[in-house]
Design a protein around this ligand. Structure first.
Ligand code: MG
Length: 419
């Protein structure tokens, strides 16, 4: 059996390029929430030496000099495109583990006659159906497939099958930092123990690895030896928590505005909850000032709900009670959010002993709310406390349209003159 790792190339940039061909072959970066840091780079930008995660202000001069196009992140678009890529992969096999928004592991059967041709076909079809270029690396285990994928990225064909005889030379030139699951602190520990390449880790004594990195580290070493320690996980474990949080476009100091923010975030989280047919048992409300503020203040408050619910007015009411407990006026808050806990299926809601509310009516009201907002735009209808375009909202100055999920923002094809 072999494992293939499919990884979308420069995923966010590629999503943008599908719908905006002007971005092709141009240097493009996508910025994090609030347009702060670089979270995706086109190959042209990588070639300029711009690193992942750098704040935009640090590369201002490079951006100007090379006319780099900067885009705000459009997670609605990336999430939808990711689903399309994963659906295309499932056309080939049901042995798919979606590992992240742009990565998936596929299991290839032992009897596979020509894995190279198969992977090329996967690559071609994903490109044709979604417009997203991918790289495929194949080897015996997930850890080795990750390394094979790094090689695939460097080849023209975009596919790299790591044959057993080439594992040794590859591991010998792979620094431990490049191994999946070895973070900076583990790399440091290993280097102290004179282990600096993947090959040295593979051959290190089990006792030493277990002592220094525990059983998780040992599994990595075994996977480098070709033993599968982390098989494909196909079942998506049910969601246990749901978070909506954002940084503000400018600091919030007033209680009134903070109430608006918490109401907006609770409303969004509640809508997600209903889409998943779940209800929450408790809410955590949190807020914080800037991390580098010398008088940093950050607090959270948990509120247990009387009954599990996904009804926006009820959730908002309790979230605001939580906010009351932790809000200190006149601090420059940078970020706030809500986390829903104790999620269970909405069908098994326990009612309160002295239940006097008409739950069915509330359900119908939420259905209408979601339907109207789905058809006419996210904040068409909302609680009065949640303003539709708050002036504290996150900065997102150059966000592309939601091409694939919003009727008003579909790409427009302009027909040429035909004579
Ligand atoms: Mg990627």
């Amino acid at each position: 059996m072999s494992i293939a790792l499919v990884d979308c190339n420069n995923f966010y940039v590629s999503c943008e390029r599908v719908f905006n061909p002007r971005l092709r072959e141009q240097p493009v970066v996508v910025l994090s929430n609030n347009d702060g840091c670089v979270v995706a780079r086109s190959p042209e930008v990588k070639a300029l030496g711009i690193k992942m995660g750098v704040p935009l202000f640090k590369i201002r001069s490079l951006v100007e000099q090379h006319q780099i196009i900067t885009l705000s992140s459009n997670y609605t678009l990336y999430g939808d495109m990711s689903m399309r890529v994963m659906d295309t992969l499932r056309q080939f096999t049901d042995q798919v583990e979606v590992y992240s928004i742009d990565e998936a592991f596929l299991e290839l059967a032992e009897s596979f006659p020509n894995p190279e041709a198969y992977c090329q076909e996967v690559r071609q079809r994903v490109l044709q159906w979604t417009g997203i270029p991918i790289s495929v690396g194949v080897s015996l285990t997930k850890t080795l497939a990750k390394l094979a994928n790094q090689q695939a990225k460097r080849t023209e064909s975009g596919v790299f099958i790591l044959p057993e005889r080439e594992i040794e030379p590859l591991l010998k030139i792979t620094p431990i930092e490049d191994i999946w699951g070895i973070g900076r602190s583990w790399a440091k520990i290993l280097r102290i123990n004179c282990i600096s390449t993947a090959w040295e880790l593979r051959n290190a004594p089990d006792g030493l690895i277990k002592k220094e990195l525990g059983v998780v580290g040992l599994r990595i070493a075994w996977e480098l030896r070709g033993l599968v320690c982390s098989p494909l996980e196909r079942k998506v474990s049910p969601k246990k928590t749901l978070t909506v949080s954002r940084s503000f476009g400018r600091p919030i100091t007033s209680y009134q505005e903070m109430r608006e923010a918490i109401a907006v975030y609770t409303g969004r989280a509640a809508q997600k909850l209903r889409r998943l047919h779940l209800a929450a048992g408790a809410i955590v409300v949190f807020l914080q000032t800037g991390r580098y503020n010398p008088n940093y203040y950050g607090r959270s408050q948990k509120v247990v709900l009387p009954v599990t619910t996904n009804y926006t007015p009820e959730l908002t009411h309790h979230a605001l009670l939580g906010l009351q407990e932790i809000f200190v006026p006149d601090l420059p808050y940078k970020k706030a959010g809500v986390i829903f806990l104790g999620l269970i299926s909405e069908d098994i809601q326990q009612l309160h002993l002295w239940e006097t509310r008409d739950r069915e009516r509330e359900e119908r009201l939420m259905e209408s709310l979601d339907r109207i907002n789905g058809a006419m735009g996210r904040d068409t209808l909302n609680l009065a406390i949640a303003p539709p375009r708050p002036n504290w909202a996150m900065k997102s100055l150059s966000c592309s349209p939601r091409y694939t999920t919003c009727w008003q923002e579909l790409p427009v094809a302009i027909a040429g003159c035909q004579e």
